[in-house]
Design a binder for this molecule. Structure first.
Ligand SMILES: [Zn+2]
Length: 362
């Protein structure tokens, strides 16, 4: 009996061993399946996050598509959109430019490596946009997607670079002479040909988090403290203050506002015929913020026409069709819905521009 019992125990043990092995095998399988599931989920989420946050084809009617524009006649001002907040204004004699960010390195390059201006891309943009009478470059703020290329654009065109102390440090780092740069003097008009540009203090789009990291400026290090030599990390480009531009040309008035934020009362005493309005991340802000932003910009300036800016995915090259910002950090369709709802009520024309697209404003 004992032997039988022993045999029985051995069989039971062997069976339970088999069961345990099966159990572990199943558990491993389950864990492996779970791993695959989360990996696929993560890849899918990532894939979705890296898609444009809207279908630009749905906004086709807002693009003028004016091809083969004739020479600029006296009194007219032509605008050419060069992505993000790079705007070229041209009256036939003088050209002025905001930012001039043309290199647009890919998301991977920007996230993983040090980045630098690409002289070949910059030269090709200068050629294609016919930038050959440029007198001034005005930098909205010193993040890389605004300030990185402006020193090289200044070098190639001999135009003067206007910016904050941080932007001047981007210029010095790129080897631009101090004589080719001028620090912003808030409220003091600068005349370039028939353009009169007044720099106004503004505010950067409210900070946000991506993968737990915030893009907020560290209050202890608000500026680029010394010449910034390229290649440099995207995060080395510290905001250094944000600025709007009030541009007068004869009786015509333009405001370029790059960031989605406001300084209360900043536009109390001015009006604009055309407003270039930063709409990035507008829908990510509270309803109250959206309303005040609209009141302090559009309703103060009373423009006849608004051209949204900073809506395109600046990780894509400028020579490809511009697409909305990525889902990971923005919602273009929601931004446009907010703007179009409000401007329809106020009967203000909204127009969009593709990369290298030009129209006469006046
Ligand atoms: Zn910025």
């Amino acid at each position: 009996m004992k032997n039988l019992n022993l045999f029985g125990n051995i069989v039971t043990l062997a069976n339970s061993g088999d069961k345990m092995e099966n159990h572990f095998r199943n558990q491993n399988k389950l864990q492996l399946n779970r791993g695959y599931f989360f990996l696929i989920l993560a890849l899918f989420t990532f894939h979705c996050a890296l898609r444009p946050s809207g279908d630009i084809k749905l906004y086709e009617s807002y693009f003028p598509h004016e091809n083969g524009i004739a020479p600029i006649t006296k009194g007219k001002i032509r605008v050419t959109f060069l992505g993000t907040t790079s705007i070229l204004l041209d009256d036939g004699e003088t050209q002025i430019l905001t930012d001039g960010f043309f290199t647009r390195p890919s998301l991977w390059k920007t996230g993983l490596f040090k980045i630098e201006s690409d002289p070949i891309i910059i030269q090709s943009v200068l050629e294609k946009a016919k930038i050959n009478r440029l007198k001034g470059i005005f930098v909205c703020h010193s993040h890389y997607d605004h300030a990185m290329d402006s020193p090289l654009v200044a070098k190639f065109t001999n135009a003067k670079l206007f910016g904050s102390n941080s932007t001047i440090n981007v210029g010095l780092g790129a080897g631009l002479d101090q004589a080719n740069m001028e620090v912003f003097q808030i409220g003091k008009p600068i005349r370039l040909g028939n353009f009169i540009v007044t720099v106004l203090e503004s505010k950067h789009t409210p900070p946000f988090r991506i993968l737990g990291k915030t893009n907020a400026t560290d209050p202890n290090f608000p500026d680029i403290p010394s010449p910034l030599v390229q290649p440099a990390k995207a995060l080395d480009y510290i905001e250094g203050g944000t600025f709007d531009f009030y541009i007068q040309h004869g009786k015509n008035k333009i405001v370029i506002k790059s960031s989605t934020n406001y300084v209360k009362g900043s536009f109390d005493k001015i009006k604009a015929d055309v407003l270039f309005l930063g709409i990035a991340q507008l829908s990510l802000q509270s309803k109250e913020f959206q309303d005040i932003y609209y009141q302090e910009t559009v309703q103060k300036l009373k423009p006849k026409r608004i051209i949204p800016i900073h809506w395109d995915n600046f990780f894509k090259p400028l020579n490809q069709t511009l697409e909305p910002n990525l889902r990971i950090g923005d919602d273009f369709e929601a931004n446009m819905n907010i703007l179009l709802n409000k401007t329809t009520q106020d009967k203000i024309q909204v127009q969009m521009l593709q990369g290298f697209e030009s129209i006469d404003l006046f």
